[in-house]
Design a protein around this ligand. Structure first.
Ligand SMILES: Cc1cc2nc3c(=O)[nH]c(=O)nc-3n(C[C@H](O)[C@H](O)[C@H](O)COP(=O)(O)OP(=O)(O)OC[C@H]3O[C@@H](n4cnc5c(N)ncnc54)[C@H](O)[C@@H]3O)c2cc1C
Length: 415
């Protein structure tokens, strides 16, 4: 494609959306670089899985070279499955069944997906580069500045620096996310013990949200089974690429009120695990076993926040994507999918403008309008679901935990 050589894009943040946009632009021949705060790719454990919906999968399909998209699917879990809502003893209240189609929903390991998104971007991802500000001026139009005092020139700057974004206050003034009362302690546990799955056959393909009798307490778990071993699939489809893990696991999250987490426990893995053990004491024994066998270094506390609609984009030519704009509580599993959707849409709008000779700033404004519309619908839905499933509103909670489970048989015996 005949794209002008003096046009360049600088992205702050090598998370899901930043890497996806870099892939999209690189395939279209745009000069793109990604600047990441972490000193190297896998310093933090990102041990959880992510459910990709049709928007996330479509964004990956549009952004990645075909072998890399195939790699994401083949290392992912099998399509389909269910999301079950139960009481704390795993008695079914109701179940949502996902479409059993390859491109409808797919559970993938996040670290593997991130590894796939990095393939082919050699020399374009720069680690140990925390971004702090965007400056106007210079021949390209903008400069992205880092904490070390250095900066790079770029025609377009994209803030994809996640929920704690350093660029948000400057680029989207007055749109800091709102805190919510809820948080999750997330971790993962091995799927097999002594060669046997710890998850009974009845829940083999289910994600489960077990809602406790007391309001504002729930437990989520789901198993992640790699379709094909990442090591073998990478060797076949992306030789030389780094496949981070291959062992099947159960990802889980204990949902609780933020005020139940002592300040001192927030960065302390042992204290978080102990808290999870205490707070899950009344749940089904299967759940308690998951907490007891948690892999400590994958344990994290995630306070839930909800993004606020931006009313002003302050720096022309600079924009934002993903959690930096529209972080949302995890209910509905739309955060990462919306971030990937942003990346493919922004990539598409930029490339379309370059190809047609229309001003890129117009393309960015169009992206912002479209993104704010679908992303804040997702934020509102996620916040609403959180209130309905974990809030103290007496009627729905009573129906979920007392009435519906009594109508159903025991799913997993407690023995
Ligand atoms: C346990 C858990 C389970 C989840 N499951 C799902 C799911 O099933 N489905 C779903 O859709 N979503 C899910 N999500 C949400 C999803 O992970 C996020 O919405 C998604 O990662 C957001 O992508 P992003 O690119 O905006 O930000 P991130 O992926 O968070 O990436 C931001 C990047 O920016 C870097 N950074 C931060 N500050 C700076 C700076 N100043 N300069 C440069 N770089 C910086 C960070 O180090 C990071 O690499 C889950 C989240 C959690 C915690």
């Amino acid at each position: 494609m005949g794209i002008s050589t003096d046009f360049s894009v600088a992205i702050a943040g090598a998370g899901l959306s930043g890497l996806c946009l870099a892939q999209y632009l690189m395939r279209a021949g745009v000069d793109v670089h990604v600047y990441e705060r972490d000193p190297s790719p896998f310093v933090r454990q990102q041990g959880y899985r992510i459910i990709l919906d049709r928007h996330g999968l479509q964004a990956l399909r549009e952004s990645l070279p075909r072998p890399l998209y195939r790699l994401a699917l083949t290392t992912g879990d099998e399509p389909g499955g269910q999301l079950r809502f139960t009481d704390s003893r795993l008695r079914d209240a109701f179940t949502i069944t996902f479409k059993d189609e390859p491109h409808a929903t797919r559970q993938v390991d996040r670290a593997t997906l991130r590894s796939i998104l990095m393939l082919g971007l050699d020399g374009r991802i720069h680690y140990g580069k925390p971004a702090v500000a965007v400056e106007r001026g210079g021949p390209s139009g903008l400069r992205l500045r880092f904490t070390d005092g250095g900066s790079v020139a770029a025609s377009v700057v994209v803030g994809a620096d996640g929920v704690g974004s350093a660029l948000r206050a400057q680029l989207m003034p007055d749109a800091d996310p709102a805190n919510t009362p809820m948080a999750g302690i997330y971790s993962r546990s091995p799927l097999r013990r002594n060669g046997e799955s710890v998850i009974p056959g009845a829940l083999r393909t289910s994600g489960v949200l077990a809602i406790a009798d007391q309001p504002s307490r729930a437990f989520f778990f789901t198993s992640m089974r790699f379709g094909e071993s990442p090591r073998e699939a990478f060797a076949r489809l992306a030789p030389g690429g780094y496949a981070p893990t291959g062992d099947d696991y159960v990802m889980w999250g204990l949902l609780l009120r933020q005020q139940e987490v002592p300040i001192g426990a927030r960065g302390d893995l042992l204290a978080l695990r102990d808290l999870a053990v205490r707070m899950s004491a009344d749940f089904h024994p299967l759940i308690r076993r998951l907490v007891d066998t948690a892999e400590l270094d994958t344990t994290v506390l995630n306070p839930f926040a909800a993004g606020r609609r931006p009313h002003r984009w302050a720096v022309p030519g600079a924009t934002m994507m993903g959690d930096a704009v529209h972080v949302m509580p995890p209910f509905g599993a739309h955060g990462g999918n919306t971030a990937l959707r942003d990346a493919a849409l922004l990539g598409h709008r930029i490339v379309e403008a370059l190809a047609s000779g229309t001003p890129v700033q117009e393309a960015i404004a169009r992206y912002q309008d479209e993104m704010v519309s679908y992303a804040f619908r997702a934020v509102d839905t996620a916040a609403g679901l959180m209130r309905r499933l974990t809030g103290a509103a007496a009627a729905p909670h009573w129906i979920l935990t007392r009435v519906l489970p009594r109508l159903h048989r025991v799913t997993v015996p407690e023995a």
